[in-house]
Write a protein of this length. Structure first.
Length: 367
């Protein structure tokens, strides 16, 4: 009987080993397929991007040639053309932006492919030179989206919203690459990382917080509150309600992309050493979300970024803690007084659910 039991046990072990081997082979094949598919997507994207850049350069050269020819025309003809150019200048901004930016849909497809590669753990298997070329192409898109302001009247089809969306999509593509393990340090281009952090900070300040919080709106976009001069006398609670009531629909798309950007930036911080002086201003601004009730997911991602910086830079922990205490703790009494939602699922000593505020959870993580 003992021999029979041993034989049965040996068969089970062998069967488990075979199953494990098959699972490993399956994962390897799946990973190879994802890597091959992503490499093909990168080649297609870069080819299209280069074609569009060449077409745009040709268009600009043709415009320059036309201007030179115009210098030889009669003054009266030049005057008519200049007047027509001034009249169409504003309308021409849409065309200019659409030429400078690749379509957001094209960038979204690329980001989905890069995300699959990251999840499968095969980004490091892609050609590093191809990845470097991709990051350099996307860098121009990230930079073009900086300093762009959404207007309260902007629709999803507006040139400004399309440009900002394309820029944020490009930034997410870059971060999907940079947040992947096993990449050479040469891919973490200083200019690119700086542009990514600056884009996230600017869009968070001027195109998200300024629409969700009246105090931030007065701080970051004072000109847009000129017609609301009487707002301060109505009280902070009413001011915040009025500000929230004017949040354009397109701001939701910007907010969603920033949530992903902060999440990926927290992963990048865990993988490579970055300039902490560059990160701290973004951490400071993102922590402001913890005092805005309607930005719950941004609160979680901002907390994760602050915690990542706290872990990765021991020499800067006192600075990060000071920022948390200044930005968060000062607002805890205000948050508590208006019944802030307790969204962080903590547990007490008896392992019973104990929901707490996101701000309290962050402080606990850092102590």
């Amino acid at each position: 009987p003992d021999a029979g039991i041993e034989v049965s046990a040996a068969k089970r072990r062998k069967k488990a080993a075979v199953a494990a081997d098959e699972e490993f082979v399956g994962r390897t094949l799946d990973g190879q397929q994802v890597a091959a598919s992503t490499a093909a997507d990168l080649s297609t994207f870069l080819s299209k991007a280069v074609t569009r850049q060449e077409a745009h350069a040709t268009s600009q050269a043709a415009g320059t040639s036309s201007e030179e020819e115009a210098e030889d025309e009669q003054p009266q003809q030049q005057h008519r053309k200049q007047r027509a150019a001034r009249q169409s200048e504003q309308a021409g901004q849409d065309g200019k932006l659409s030429q400078n930016f690749l379509p957001a849909a094209m960038l979204k497809e690329l980001q989905a492919s890069l995300s699959n590669a990251k999840q499968a753990g095969v980004t490091s298997q892609l050609d590093s030179e191809q990845l470097r070329q991709l990051l350099r192409v996307l860098l121009s898109h990230v930079q073009l989206g900086d300093n762009m302001l959404l207007d309260e009247q902007d629709a999803a089809s507006s040139a400004t919203n399309k440009a900002i969306t394309a820029s944020l999509e490009a930034a997410c593509c870059c971060l999907q690459v940079l947040a992947s393990p096993g990449l050479p340090n040469s891919l973490y281009l200083e200019e690119l990382v700086t542009a990514l952090v600056q884009l996230a900070k600017y869009q968070l300040q001027y195109n998200v917080l300024a629409f969700y919080d009246a105090q931030c709106k007065r701080l970051y976009r004072p000109t847009s509150t000129a017609d609301d001069a009487g707002q301060a006398s109505t009280g902070k609670k009413k001011a915040k309600a009025e500000a929230a009531g004017r949040v354009p629909q397109v701001v939701g798309g910007v907010r969603a992309k920033l949530e992903l950007m902060l999440s990926l930036l927290a992963q990048v911080v865990d993988r490579v050493v970055l300039e902490v002086e560059l990160l701290l201003p973004l951490v400071r601004v993102s922590l402001t979300c913890l005092s805005v009730d309607s930005l719950q997911l941004l609160q979680a991602e901002a907390s994760a970024l602050a915690a990542s910086v706290f872990r990765a830079y021991p020499q800067q922990r006192s600075t990060v803690m000071d920022e948390v205490l200044t930005t968060v703790v000062d607002n805890i009494s205000l948050l508590s007084s208006r019944g802030a939602p307790r969204l962080f699922a903590a547990t007490d000593a008896a392992q019973r659910p104990l929901p707490i505020m996101m701000a309290s959870a962050l402080v606990m993580q850092l102590v």
